[in-house]
Design a protein around this ligand. Structure first.
Ligand code: ZN
Ligand code: ZN
Ligand code: FE
Length: 764
């Protein structure tokens, strides 16, 4: 019998992702195991626990809370205080309490767990082949939640009444489905339906079977998933894939593929242990992996590319469909190029009817649009290309307590970011802010985040570019709500983002390489070397300014960039260069005029454009079908010459305290190689070596001047994994410590994170 004097009571508060992830049943079980009485309760802010029992048991209990938390829980902080004994007679789970102004972290949507998967494929189970099976360890979360606390009435599952069996699971603290808000079964939950493109229902015995037959016949099906509709078709059929491309108006851009399991992934890609781990993780992203030569997935899915984006099924519906079909399926966002992903049934029928042949839909509503995340593993680290499903809205933890800020992000690959306390809530990938549909999605999603995390911004940060849609939105909002505006330079934001991503404050040598960003001098920057911290930056080196003949037109037509650069550098135009096949005399005259008179020929220091120019000079790519395609072509070519060690010359020239990287020698040498008929792969490899060398020498020069030894690499150019592979070892062997992105993309998807940390420091 325990003595009265040893009885004590502990009040525990646990913060983090601790709701909707099976945390309370876990607490319940731990309390029983340690013979403790009291209660556990979800609030808007945390999970609160009171336990009473002998001191030793309480100690063991708190230790287990930390060490044995359920797989999806993410404990951010835990406080334990003593209290007077109450004499509880049992341990119970109390009703959730909503508290005004308080907030909590929200779990991302999670791929189907192994336990649910077993049930779906077990003919004896009541959820056999049920496409909406989930439990506290898996299933939809963020995409169905309208408000906190995370309880069923606050989700799109509200309209489904649980049957007695489901309710029993839901109410039993020892059940895997205890308080699993989307809990459902064939009797009471959402149902599938098959429809024609125009919306007419197709009656059939077995919808999954029917859909699989249609896919095998080459049909395109709009499949409703977690965060929107995906367009599915047979990935081994060139005809089906090309039809999808034509209808979606997406000519060359790579498409992602879903395969049934790891064995299937290995049939198509070379997979290392890190990539396998990433594929199988709860986030279940699309992973870009080396595509095998003998894979029977048609090259039309990713024309000309060495890498293929593959994901595993992440909902029961996907698992059923993939197994039944027995084929790899293209699974790409259900949208017309550049528009947001379609999420509602009516909306899908309206927007996608000319793309799909059929719809595989259901009656569980999606509240938040959510694209698939895209990642790759390079230098042993998983890296984001696009961050959405499975990750957002999980925040980046800041190394300081932040004001409440809204950062509006960049124009392309937009994300926004909202902050409070130590958290930066970087939104899921919103998309290219080029049309009203995307703007609407953007505004709605900002509203959702503000509501979920109870944030009311006191500062709005935005890119300096006056024409960006998010900039215009920021200005209008600031005017309307009388909120302070902070403009942030694009490349400074990239570097600050990389610092915040790594939890370092700087100063560092920042290498910010991308396609386009508005400079403080009004020119288009993109090949920038700076010393930066959260507060300020000083530009110390950049690629030399060259004219971009025709502005945006040059970005679509790299041959224009190349010709403009040659003219700008006074290099004679040799008509034997293959790029002349792209243009006629007339266009050449226009370009000459643009450059000589400086009309519609803005100056740029962009590294992205240098890649374009070299791609055009070699004749590899004169016109692009999607962003960065010319640079990607060069990267793919360079893989063919892995042993090439040659590089081209360039000069670092001091111009009034600024180092300017002169490109004349480089381009003259590239032209000489092209005219000598040096293989394109060799030229591409030499060019990559040159850029890596350029980064090294410029960083060393800045390090010598400033004594800084830390380097942060950011900007879309670093999505080029070959460049990362060549640059990192060079910098490290020169004794420099290198930071790269981990939690947000290096491309413009990471800009919003940089904007908030800069805006917050400027206010200090
Ligand atoms: Zn599960
Ligand atoms: Zn049920
Ligand atoms: Fe950028």
């Amino acid at each position: 019998m325990a003595e009265a004097s040893t009885i004590s009571l502990a009040r525990i508060s646990v913060r983090g992702v601790v709701q909707g992830v099976g945390f309370r049943p876990f607490v319940y079980q731990m309390a029983s195991r340690h013979n403790l009485r009291g209660w556990v309760c979800n609030t808007s802010e945390d999970v609160k626990i009171e336990v009473e029992g002998d001191a030793k048991s309480i100690e063991g209990f708190t230790k287990d809370l930390r060490e044995q938390a359920p797989p999806l829980a993410h404990i951010e902080g835990m406080t334990v205080t003593d209290g007077p004994a109450v004499n509880y007679d049992k341990f119970e789970i109390l009703r959730s309490v909503a508290e005004e102004g308080k907030y909590q972290l929200v779990s991302p949507d999670i791929a189907t767990c192994p336990d649910c998967l077993k049930e779906i494929f077990n003919p004896a189970d009541r959820r056999y082949r049920y496409p909406f099976t989930n439990c506290t360890n898996c299933g939809p979360r963020f995409t169905i939640i309208k408000d906190i606390p995370y309880d069923r009435p606050n989700t799109t599952m509200k309209s489904f009444r649980m049957c007695p069996e489901c309710r029993k699971e839901y109410e039993n603290p020892l059940n895997r489905r205890f308080h699993a808000q989307p809990n459902a079964c064939p009797v009471c939950g959402p149902q599938l339906e098959l429809r024609l493109a125009q919306g007419t229902r197709v009656e059939c015995e077995d919808i999954i079977k029917k859909a699989s037959e249609l896919l095998k016949k080459g049909q395109i099906i709009g499949v409703k998933g977690l965060g929107g509709f995906l367009l599915a078709c047979d990935a081994t059929s060139e005809k089906a894939v090309n039809r999808l491309r034509q209808r979606k108006k997406r000519p060359g851009k790579p498409l992602a593929v879903m395969v049934a399991g790891m064995d299937e992934v290995r049939q198509h890609c070379e997979v290392d242990a890190d990539e396998e781990q990433l594929l199988l993780s709860p986030g279940s992203p699309i992973v870009l992996m080396k595509w095998k030569k003998d894979s029977n997935i048609t090259r039309a899915t990713a024309p000309g590319l060495t890498y293929l984006g593959v994901m595993l099924p992440y909902t029961p519906l996907h698992h059923l469909l993939l197994r039944e079909t027995g084929l790899p399926l293209v699974m790409t966002s259900g949208n017309l190029s550049e528009e947001p992903i379609a999420k509602d049934n009516d909306e899908a029928i309206k927007r996608l009817n000319h793309i799909v042949d059929y719809f595989l839909m259901h009656n569980r509503d999606i509240y938040a649009r959510y694209d698939d995340s895209v990642m790759l593993v390079e230098q042993g680290l998983p890296r984001f290309v696009r961050r959405a499903r499975g990750y957002a809205p999980y925040p980046v933890r800041l190394p300081f307590k932040s004001k409440q800020i809204l950062a509006c992000g960049a124009e392309e690959k937009n994300t926004f970011c909202l902050t409070r306390d130590n958290y930066a809530f970087v939104s899921q990938h919103i998309g290219d802010m080029e049309n009203l549909e995307t703007l609407e999605h953007y505004v709605n999603t900002i509203g959702l985040y503000e509501k979920l995390f109870r944030i009311k911004p006191e500062i709005i940060a935005h890119d300096m570019h006056p024409e960006y849609l998010p900039t215009k939105y920021a200005r209008e909002l600031a005017e309307k709500e009388k909120i302070k505006l902070v403009p942030v330079q694009h490349h400074h934001a990239h570097i600050a983002s990389c610092l915040a991503d790594n939890g370092v404050k700087g100063p560092v040598i920042g290498v910010s390489l991308d396609g386009t960003g508005y400079g403080t001098d009004g020119n288009i920057w993109g090949g920038e070397f700076m010393v930066a911290d959260f507060k300020k930056f000083e530009r110390l080196a950049h690629l030399e300014y060259l004219p971009l003949a025709g502005g945006a037109q040059a970005i679509r037509k790299p041959y224009r960039t190349a010709i403009g650069y040659l003219l700008g550098l006074g290099i004679s135009l040799d008509k034997n260069l293959p790029m002349f096949k792209y243009l006629n005399e007339n266009e050449l005259e226009i370009i000459k005029e643009q450059v000589s008179k400086g009309i519609n020929a803005p100056l740029t220091s962009s590294m992205g454009r240098l890649f374009d120019a070299v791609a055009a000079l070699t004749g590899v790519r004169g016109i692009i079908e999607y962003e960065a395609q010319a640079a990607i072509d060069l990267e793919m070519l360079a893989y063919i010459a892995p042993d090439e060690t040659g590089a081209y010359p360039f000069k670092l020239e001091e111009q009034g305290g600024m180092s300017v990287i002169k490109l004349r020698d480089l381009l003259v040498s590239v032209i000489a190689d092209v005219l000598k008929k040096t293989p394109e792969a060799v030229i591409a490899a030499r060019f990559h070596n040159t850029v890596a060398q350029m980064i090294l020498e410029t960083c060393e020069a800045i390090s010598a001047k400033t004594d800084l030894k830390k380097v942060a690499l950011s900007g879309g150019v670093f999505q080029n994994r070959l460049l990362v592979r060549k640059t990192l070892p060079l910098l490290e062997s020169a004794g420099l410590e290198v930071y790269t992105h981990r939690q947000v993309p290096c491309n413009d998807g990471g800009i919003s994170l940089g904007q908030v940390v800069i805006a917050n420091s400027m206010e200090e």
